[in-house]
Ligand binder design. Structure first.
Ligand SMILES: [Cu+2]
Length: 165
């Protein structure tokens, strides 16, 4: 039995493919971006990052030709003169729990596109490459949604969620 398994493994190795059916890593679901507005020429991309590995991972960088600069951002609630305002600030990375997911959404974590090279309108799409600490890089095609659709997603609250199983 063992020798048979070893023989199969060796044949697989010689054929240049791995016996593992599924490579653990990070996958991306529901990616979209908001349209760029006015003269600011900024946009933001949102998505769910799913980690099916046994160890936590992190999104450490994002790259795209669509904008002059691509940064990882979050929103913070801040009290200024007794008024609560929402402010963006860069983050070093976005942790993704083992067998869990991290949701990027309006009002929370997002990938900031600073200085888009041409205005992004609903129906447009662009390519975005995500680089992780451990998992293989993932390139996603990101469709641009309308502002109304983007705002709808603002109510989905939790930024980080552990899979309950
Ligand atoms: Cu931002």
């Amino acid at each position: 039995m063992l020798t048979a398994v070893r023989a199969v493994a060796m044949a697989a190795a010689l054929a240049g493919f791995s016996l593992s059916v599924h490579a653990a890593g990070v996958s991306v679901e529901g990616a979209y971006a908001r349209p760029s507005l006015g003269a600011a020429r900024n946009s933001a991309a949102y998505m769910t990052l799913k980690n099916d590995a046994d160890a936590p991972d992190r999104l450490i960088r994002a790259e795209s030709d669509v904008a002059a600069q691509v940064s990882l951002h979050t929103h913070l609630m801040k009290k200024v003169d007794g008024k609560v305002i929402m402010q963006m600030r860069p983050v070093r990375d976005m942790p993704i729990p083992a067998h869990g997911e991290t949701k990027l959404h309006p009002g929370g974590l997002h990938i900031m596109l600073i200085g888009v090279k041409k205005p992004l309108k609903p129906g447009d799409s662009f390519s975005l490459r995500l680089i992780f600490e451990h998992a293989a890089p993932v390139t996603v095609q990101v469709p641009v949604k309308s502002l109304a659709e983007t705002m709808k997603d603002m109510h989905s609250r939790p930024t980080m969620k552990m899979k309950a199983d």
